[in-house]
Design a protein around this ligand. Structure first.
Ligand code: MG
Length: 369
C-alpha cells in the first residue's frame, strides 16, 4: 500500500480577466497557493488554499506555515487509501486554518481516487461529469456602478448564463439596482443577491419586501446580516418569502445545527475553504439534506484546482438530490486569465466540465514550471 511521502507548496500569481473593484480595494491578480502531495508510488495529488484575511483569516504566510509544519507532519507516512482518516488527522493537528487543511484534504482525496483509477466525482458518489455555475457581478455603489453592472448582467445573460449573482450591501441603493438588473435581463434569468453581511436585519427585511412587492423574483438572498448574528438571520428568514441562504454564518455541522435550531436560514452555501475540505463538506451536505436545508456549493477567489474538488462535490450533490440541480456558485476560474495547472476542470459558458481522468485529472503545473 502506498503511503504519503512528500508535500510541496507552489505559489503563483494569476492575472484577473478584469480588475475586481470593491469599496476597499482594486485587485488585478490573485495570489495562488497550490499544494502537491506525492505518494510512495509517485502519484501526485493536488489541492488549493484560497487565502482571505476577511473570510477565513488566513494569509499566504499562515497557510505556508501550517501546511509545511503541523499539517504535513500529521499526514506524512499515512497510507494514501484513506483520505477520511488523514483529513481527521489534519483537523486534530491544527484548529481553524481551514483553507490550509482544505488544500491537503483535497490533495489526499485526489490521490485516493487516482489510486482507484476513477475520477474524484465517481470516487465520492454517482456524480455526472458536469455541473452549472452562476456568474457573480460586483456590488454597485454609485450610479455609474449601476450602469456597468446592468451592462455586465445583460452581457452574461446573452452569453448563456442562466443565473446571475449580484453582490450587494456595499452602501448603494440595492433594491433599485436589482430592480434595474431584472428589467434589463428579462424574466428568464435567475437572480441571486449576496449582501455579504452588509445589511442590518431590519434593512434586509425592508429591501427584500421592496423586491417582493415589485415582483422582481429573486431566487435567494445570501448572508444578509453579520455572520455571528444568528438571531438577526432568523429574523430575516422569518419575515421573507424569498429563500435566505447562510454563507459566512455556516462553516461546519456545528454552525448548521445552530441554524436549524432557530430556523435561521433556508439554505447554506458550502465552501471547502470553510469546511477544511471534502470530508466535512460531505458530512455537512448530508446533515443539511436530512433537515431539508437547501445546498449550493460555492468557492472563494480561487482557481481551477480548488474548484475541481468543489465541482466534484457539487456533481455528487446534484445526483443525490431529487432533481434539484440548480446552478452552484463556482465561477472563480471564470474570472482568471488562465488555470495554474494542465488538466482539471474547464469552463464552457455556465458549465463546469470535470475531467474524466482519474482523480482531479490534473497532470502538472501549467507551462511545466
Ligand atoms: Mg457569499
Amino acid at each position: 500500500m502506498a503511503h504519503i511521502d512528500r508535500v510541496t507548496i507552489h505559489r503563483q500569481t494569476i492575472a484577473l480577466q478584469r480588475p475586481f473593484v470593491t469599496a476597499v480595494r482594486t485587485a488585478v491578480s490573485v495570489d495562488v497557493l497550490l499544494v502537491e502531495v506525492r505518494d510512495s508510488d509517485g502519484r501526485c495529488g493536488w489541492g488549493e488554499a484560497p487565502t482571505s484575511w476577511r473570510v477565513t483569516g488566513e494569509s499566504v504566510e499562515s497557510v505556508t506555515a501550517a501546511v509545511s509544519g503541523p499539517l504535513s507532519d500529521a499526514v506524512r507516512g499515512l497510507t494514501s487509501d484513506d483520505p477520511e482518516a488523514a483529513s481527521a488527522a489534519l483537523e486534530r493537528a491544527a484548529v481553524r486554518n481551514s483553507s490550509a487543511r482544505m488544500a491537503l484534504d483535497c490533495a489526499l482525496f485526489d490521490l485516493a481516487s487516482q489510486a482507484q483509477g476513477v475520477p474524484l466525482f465517481r470516487y465520492l458518489g454517482a456524480g455526472a461529469a458536469q455541473v452549472r455555475t452562476d456568474m457573480t457581478l460586483s456590488a454597485a455603489v454609485s450610479t455609474s456602478d449601476v450602469e456597468s453592472l446592468v451592462r455586465a448582467a445583460v452581457e452574461f445573460a446573452h452569453a448563456g448564463f442562466s443565473t446571475l449573482k449580484i453582490k450587494a450591501g456595499a452602501g448603494g441603493d440595492d433594491a433599485r439596482t436589482i430592480i434595474e438588473v431584472r428589467r434589463a435581463v428579462g424574466d428568464d434569468v435567475a437572480l441571486r443577491v449576496d449582501a455579504n453581511q452588509g445589511w442590518s436585519p431590519q434593512r434586509a427585511v425592508n429591501i427584500i419586501a421592496t423586491l417582493e412587492d415589485a415582483g422582481v423574483g429573486v431566487e435567494l438572498v445570501e448572508q444578509p446580516v453579520l455572520c455571528d448574528d444568528v438571531d438577526g438571520l432568523a429574523f430575516v428568514t422569518g419575515h421573507a418569502q424569498t429563500p435566505i441562504m447562510a454563507d459566512e454564518s455556516v462553516w461546519t455541522r456545528r454552525d448548521l445545527r445552530e441554524i436549524i435550531k432557530s430556523h435561521a436560514a433556508d439554505m447554506i452555501n458550502i465552501k471547502l475553504a470553510k469546511t477544511g475540505g471534502l470530508r466535512e463538506a460531505l458530512e455537512l451536505a448530508n446533515e443539511a439534506r436530512r433537515n431539508d436545508v437547501g445546498i449550493i456549493i460555492g468557492c472563494m477567489a480561487e482557481t481551477h484546482v480548488g474548484i475541481g474538488a468543489a465541482a466534484a462535490l457539487a456533481s455528487v450533490i446534484d445526483e443525490s438530490g431529487e432533481g434539484d440541480s440548480r446552478p452552484h456558485d463556482l465561477d472563480g476560474g471564470l474570472l482568471l486569465t488562465r488555470s495554474p495547472v494542465e488538466g482539471g476542470v474547464t469552463y464552457d459558458g455556465e458549465r463546469v466540465l470535470l475531467s474524466e481522468l482519474p482523480g482531479l485529472g490534473i497532470v502538472g503545473l501549467a507551462g511545466g514550471n
